[in-house]
Ligand binder design. Structure first.
Ligand code: PHE
Length: 440
């Protein structure tokens, strides 16, 4: 990826949004919200997005733009002779763990696009749709095979330099996915019994707000915005100095939130209308949506389009994860980008196989990355600002476009004190509740 080609061909913001919007919004957000009680979780999630995730995103973009390099090199450049580059190493490990289960879910999505195409899901009852997903996700060979197909497509895209092409198309295709979600949403809301889904998502019941739910909301806000592991630092390096970073961070966060929110509005009314348990876990999207498609006019066309576009959304996110990994291997072992991407693919096949084989491994990678590695990564990224950069340097970067940042005081206060304290508090609280100690 060369700096200038990125600048002229596609806005860095669109690329950052492409990384942020993915399975995290449409597959993960609804299932985590469903498992954690609905509306109360949503409120906390919104709070964390505004108060924690957005400032972290802004910080990552600034550090990336300041250094102008990918993540490990960025910390080495900004803090030579110190160990801060370990943030980048943590990011590489995190990207690798995420890809391990992400590729499996992308594989399911590709399989569902195929199933829709050949009409495999047509006319099935709710019970049959659920059974069909269980058979798919419980079959190691099927999961592994479709994961291999997804990895092959990704490596093809990266190795043949069509990545730029994909990014260019995604500028058109991602808004199309959003339009499709909105159409499905309208249909879902018109189903009998949809109100109960709406109520689940929008009327908070605070008794459901357990420490685990708060912890999950924090993790989801990090996962969804691709922060805390260096991805966004890399994108920051491609943003021009004259661009207003705060505006960029707000746009990415808003787009990301909007997609998740509408995905929820699409899933829950439908889940309740068809009597599907909203807490049924990672299969939620795959067991609810085929029911709507079976009732919609031209449902099969909608189904093919939806899953195919979701594969593309997943690809733009996983390509950004590959980017973190390939640039690490390329620089660290002085090998070509092609070799590095093949090496990364082989490594993710091994850990992906583990996730295909065991649901426990899948859940571990899913929860450990979002809930532990990413918030911890963010904690160190934030500490880097007062410890290494200092107030004036970060201010200069945030105001490099030539206008003072009105909210700088608040931003700096959040970054220096509030967010690190909140992350630690949420961690301690969940450890305590896990140990059965009620201390708050
Ligand atoms: N944010 C992406 C999604 O929502 C996942 C992702 C996480 C991508 C971390 C890159 C880095 O699907």
């Amino acid at each position: 990826m060369q700096k200038d080609e990125f600048n002229t061909k596609i806005g860095a913001i669109a690329a950052a949004a492409g990384s942020a919007v993915g399975l995290g919004n449409i597959w993960r957000f609804p299932y985590v919200l469903g498992e954690n009680g609905g509306a109360a979780f949503l409120l906390v999630y919104i709070g964390f997005t505004l108060l924690i995730a957005m400032p972290v995103l802004l910080t990552e973009l600034s550090i990336g733009r300041m250094a102008g390099t990918s993540v490990i090199a960025a910390y080495k450049k900004l803090a030579p002779r110190r160990k801060w580059y370990l943030i980048g190493v943590g990011g590489v490990i995190c990207a690798f763990f995420i890809l391990s289960f992400y590729n499996i879910v992308s594989g399911w999505t590709l399989l569902y696009a195929y199933k829709s195409l050949v009409g495999d899901l047509q006319g099935l009852s709710e019970a049959e749709i659920t059974a069909s997903f269980e058979a798919t996700s419980g079959n190691t060979l099927v999961c592994f095979g479709w994961m291999l197909a997804v990895i092959a497509i990704t490596v093809f895209i990266i190795a043949h330099g069509v990545k730029k092409g994909i990014e260019r198309y995604s500028i058109v295709l991602m808004p199309l996915l959003l339009v499709l979600i909105i159409v499905i949403c309208v249909f879902s809301l018109s189903l009998d019994g949809a109100e109960r889904g709406l109520e689940f998502m929008l009327r908070p019941d605070f008794s459901k707000l357990t420490p685990k739910a708060v912890f999950a909301a924090l993790g989801q806000s990090f996962f969804s915005m691709s922060i805390g592991m260096g991805c966004m630092t890399t994108y920051g390096a491609y943003i021009k100095k004259k661009q207003n970073l705060s505006k960029s961070a707000i746009s990415v966060a808003l787009i990301d939130f909007f997609v998740s929110f509408t995905a929820g509005l699409m899933i829950f009314p439908c889940a309740f209308a068809f009597g599907i348990n909203p807490g049924s876990g990672p299969g939620l999207v795959f067991v609810t949506l085929p029911n709507i498609f079976n009732q919609m006019v031209m449902g099969r066309v909608f189904s093919i389009l939806f899953f195919a576009l979701l594969v593309i959304a997943a690809l733009t996110s996983s390509i950004s994860l590959y980017e973190v990994l390939t640039s690490f291997f390329k620089d660290h072992f002085s090998i070509s980008r092609k070799r590095a991407s093949v090496f990364v693919a082989l490594a993710t096949i091994v850990t992906g196989a583990l996730c295909a084989f065991s649901a426990t491994a899948f859940n571990f990678f899913d929860n450990f990355t979002a809930n532990v590695l990413m918030p911890l990564g963010a904690l160190f990224i934030l500490l880097f600002v007062p410890c290494c950069l200092g107030k004036e340097k970060i201010r200069a970067e945030l105001e490099a476009h030539g206008k003072p940042m009105r909210w700088f005081g608040l931003y700096y206060f959040l970054v220096k004190f509030i967010i690190p304290a909140l992350i630690l508090l949420i961690f301690v609280n969940s450890i305590m509740s896990w140990l059965g100690i009620n201390w708050l």
